[in-house]
Write a protein that binds this ligand. Sequence first.
Ligand code: FAD
Length: 416
Amino acid sequence: MDVRYPPEAEQFREKVQAFLAENLPARWKGVGTLEGEEYTRFIVNWRRTLHENDLLAVSWPRAYGGAGLTPLEQVVAAEEFARAGVPQGGPNDVFGIQMLGNTLLQWGTEEQKRRYLPRILSAEDVWCQGYSEPNAGSDLGNLGTRAVLDGDEWVVNGQKIWTSAGHLADHIFVLCRTDPAAPKHRGITFLLCPMDQPGVEVRPIRMISGESEFNEVFFTDARCPKGEVVGEVDGGWAVAMTLLGFERGESAAVYPIMFRADLDRLLDLARAYGRADDPLIRQRLARCYSLVEIMRFLGYRSLTGWLRGAHPGPEGSVFKVFWSEYHQLETELAMDIMGLAGLVPEGRPPATAFQTDDVGAPNSTASWAGTFLNARAGTIYAGSSQIQRNILGELVLGLPKEPKADAGSWAESHRA
Ligand SMILES: Cc1cc2nc3c(=O)[nH]c(=O)nc-3n(C[C@H](O)[C@H](O)[C@H](O)COP(=O)(O)OP(=O)(O)OC[C@H]3O[C@@H](n4cnc5c(N)ncnc54)[C@H](O)[C@@H]3O)c2cc1C
């Protein structure tokens, strides 16, 4: 393991640091210090500033609005943003930039790249992800939303679910069944579908935290132009898998920084509640400290392999299981430290439903109770812990492959 970045990357780091010093207010403590309107306004303006300074999609080619730099420089920027407590973009950029944009660079036609990529960066198009369905989550190949060609348009009928930030989006990339007679992983097409039409209805789902961050999306004779297919018609599975490969983004570099800052907050919480001398609490804090250090080294291992040109392999699954299960352990400890006070949350709640609260967030009962509830989802989204362990069992331990019950066509396995 040797994470020494080449000199060009370190020079770029200095540039990013200078940019941050110039563009953030004096005595900036992180976006967690803001709430309500002020928070929303900051995120919108910050995203615009990143775009104007070519820092939204550092590694995209210049021809499509990127900065034309390397993926390593993208990692360096993400690290510096995490340290400064500012986001890498807006709430839908994980879908637009990280997932779809990177996938279009690999699979899109020249016309799709020229049309969509600059519009993603300018926020003219705001994207969400239409993969999961009530009967297709871990077993995504089971999906049943149908798309049928009618002249120059696809007609889409069906339902997606758990669509994060779907209420903020005006476009959805949607996996549709286009050939029911084919085996289930074939006969799927990846469509780029506008949401601003009568056939698309977004219904919010209320989460355990009381927030409504994700949604159901219903398609009733929704229309999508014939050419808005990424990859081949009926060949969408390969595109879908490429996109999932981008889902983790720079997490190996960024999460250890975020979780370390969160641990410092937890130590302050223990002191504030007079629990820092309690031997049982101290043992659990020490365990959290050790686990965050392990997370750091796991991240380094992934980065080292990647810097040497290795493809991210099963260590991505190790990292996913590790951070998401750690987050539950950490937030359970926070709840135990707060005791009854944690049951009547007060103060600024977390602004996001994912991972830790923002850097600079007050050490309030609402912050910890909110992240405690949000952490329940971490072991489900982006591949549940059980699925990650299946991957590790098969790819690392060489255990026999899981038996597949359904062979034959999708239509045969869905006959009543
Ligand atoms: C906060 C959040 C945001 C999300 N955002 C999006 C989004 O924007 N777009 C989108 O398309 N989806 C999104 N999802 C959906 C997410 O991808 C699915 O929830 C996930 O893939 C699991 O699918 P499922 O919920 O259908 O559970 P299921 O697949 O039904 O699984 C139920 C349980 O069975 C276990 N299980 C299933 N199969 C196996 C197996 N073969 N071996 C062992 N155990 C198994 C699972 O681990 C789980 O514990 C989001 C989910 C969450 C929680």
